[in-house]
Design a protein. Structure first.
Length: 229
């Protein structure tokens, strides 16, 4: 049986032992973080026994966490085979972008009201990293960091976790590598992030929401079938 350490394309991935809070919730967070962050490749098998041993919890708790992840679309279950990391295709990416189009403008509006100076600093750091990025992978990761930092500025963990689940790092990196070859995506993304951050700094929720709506709508249009996907 494969262990979670064998599932990463880039090297060993070690889950941290879980001791406090909701065991199922922490197992869910741990595995979701590795999937969303790209440490676990699409199609990788998630052995319940291996995860239970590494996390120091029961197989039942692991099973419940994996069922929750399946409900999120991050994990798939096959009868007589078990749980696997979902292989998120382009259609799924478009669907997730549509969810973001509805969700993120209001996140930006709320973040403009609640943000602190530390939140602004995190967003500015992500923008600087994206501007300096020399590869599609690093540019994508920095772009994702900006959106997650903005969601964190609402000081509502549910928004942050939901947004993280909508960003599938491995797929996003591959798609943006294609997009970057045929567009000025990175420069445009940085400029739009700077405008959104400025609106948050000014606590202008209406402008932040409008800019975010335009920002995500651009991505939806780019990946729509009529644009050649």
């Amino acid at each position: 049986m494969s262990t979670i350490r064998q599932l990463s394309e880039d090297g060993p991935v070690t889950a941290r032992p879980l001791r406090v809070r909701s065991v199922v919730g922490l197992a869910y967070d741990e595995v979701r973080g590795m999937i969303v962050g790209g440490s676990l490749a699409p199609g990788a098998r998630l052995g319940q026994g291996d995860l239970a041993d590494q996390l120091g919890i029961s197989r039942g708790s692991v099973r419940e966490a994996l069922r929750r992840l399946a409900g999120d679309g991050l994990v798939e279950f096959e009868v007589n085979r078990g749980f696997f990391v979902a292989d998120i295709g382009l259609d799924n990416v478009r669907q997730r972008l549509e969810v973001r189009l509805v969700l993120e403008p209001e996140i930006a509006r709320l973040a403009a009201e609640r943000r602190g100076n530390d939140d602004l600093a995190a967003m500015r750091a992500a923008i600087a990293s994206e501007r300096a990025a020399r590869s599609s992978d690093s540019a994508h990761d920095a772009s994702r960091a900006f959106h997650v930092a903005l969601a964190a500025a609402t000081h509502n963990d549910a928004f942050t976790k939901l947004l993280e689940s909508l960003w599938i790092a491995d797929v996003g990196r591959r798609l943006l590598a294609q997009r970057r070859r045929t567009s000025s995506w990175q420069d445009d993304d940085v400029a739009e992030h700077e405008q959104i951050a400025a609106a948050l700094e000014a606590r202008d929720g209406d402008t932040a929401a409008r800019l975010m709506r335009d920002h995500v709508a651009s991505a939806v249009r780019h990946w729509s079938p009529r644009q050649g996907g």
